[in-house]
Design a protein around this ligand. Sequence first.
Ligand code: SAH
Ligand code: F3S
Length: 466
Amino acid sequence: MTGAIRSPATFDTMPSVYIKTYGCQMNERDSEAVSAQLLARGYSLAASENQADVVLLNTCSVRDMAEQKALSKMQNVIGVDRKRGGRQILGFLGCMAQSRGGELIDQLPDVDLVLGTQKTHRTGEYLDALLSGSRDKVVDTAEETGSESAIREHLGHGIGNDSRPVTAFVSIMQGCNQHCTFCIVPSTRGEERSRPMDDIVAECRELAARGVREITLLGQIVTSYGRRMYPVQDGRSAFVQLIEAVHAIEGIDRIRFTSPHPKGYGDDLVEAYGRLPKLVESAHLPVQSGSNRLLKLMHRGYTRERFLEIIAKLRAVRPDIGLSTDIIVGFPGETEEDFLETLSLCQEIQFDQAFLFKYSRRRDTPAAAMPDQLAEEVIEDRHQRLLAEINRMAMAKFEAHVGGLVEVLVEGPSHRNPARYEGRTRTNKIAVFEGSPRHHGQILNLRIERVGSFTLYGNPAILGLD
Ligand code: SAH
Ligand code: F3S
């Protein structure tokens, strides 16, 4: 570090912070909570990294590309900052901070702060110490009991009617004990730890009181929620009990969750889809592969047949359910036959959406040491072939809505064209229409007229005439 130690006098007003987030919704949620906590301490949020006194990158480690992106972003920020005298405080949060720790400062000595995944709620106190000069560098990647309950604060409520969020993400647990052989998450996020149900329900009630109508329950493996804290009751797992508790909150009209594990779709959860109308007909079931041989090597804990059975049961309860999945191509030892089994599984199920990933070798995971790591060209070729199929499938699902009605929760002005309004259907598709501020936060029916790139376009339906 070549920059001078900063004294509080360096800043006339409270410092401004810019947070850039990589990766999953858990990271988005953590960044939101950190921002809210920093605002509460008097910090302001900067519109860009160039205008900020503090730049934090909340990182992802799931694939190597995500790590490389964050590293090159930080190099970039350092380059610009150095030209201006090296005044910024720079930090890494999230999964790469957890897995690489102090190495990151060895590699990039201008970095001041490296905070692991159980420490994000301590960002404010560490920034105060760095800004006042009482600490020069901070690396903290230790475990912390109770950290799973620290992600509670939300941003943006009560700012004004037009920007008031109507959907919110609520973190219910941290970590994962499944240890899929390709996945780094169990080591970056740690052992499964669940928040108390009362605490989660209280947070959802507060959100409902502020106008939130849709809650997404968040965690790395939400279907394992609370299994060591709350015994099964009348055949209902802790996770289903939690959904029921949130379902009982007045003002909450829609409930989603992510990410579940297919093995968590027991009959109690399937039955909940039939019984609880606020639980929207939308489910994410990460399948990863259609080959039993690979599913076993991946340590997924289900077979192709069991997966198909779960889908059939869900469709029996909610025939119009929207289904999404995650798939990995190029897992070590994947043969053309294995790949074709994944392709045929997709064709058989016809997912509404599939997130397709090229296998990325992650440090200290069992799959990284497996023989037959595939050549990049083979992975690329399979990726292209499956992507074409998935896009066809998804487009067909979108086109099937043309001429029909969909129920939309209006979230606000459209991201692509702020003159229009947008919301999400119960099956999690974006729908855009000519709206006005009075539509904000409403649940309405749209008559779908056309389909754009993974977007539905329509007009509010006048019931009775429609
Ligand atoms: N349940 C978790 C899964 C995290 S990883 C969650 O969503 O929070 C998300 C997806 O990334 C996985 O479902 C898997 O399809 C993909 N993924 C995980 N590790 C990977 C790796 N080493 N290479 C490629 N894709 C991977
Ligand atoms: Fe990763 Fe498997 Fe858990 S994909 S997050 S180890 S369920």
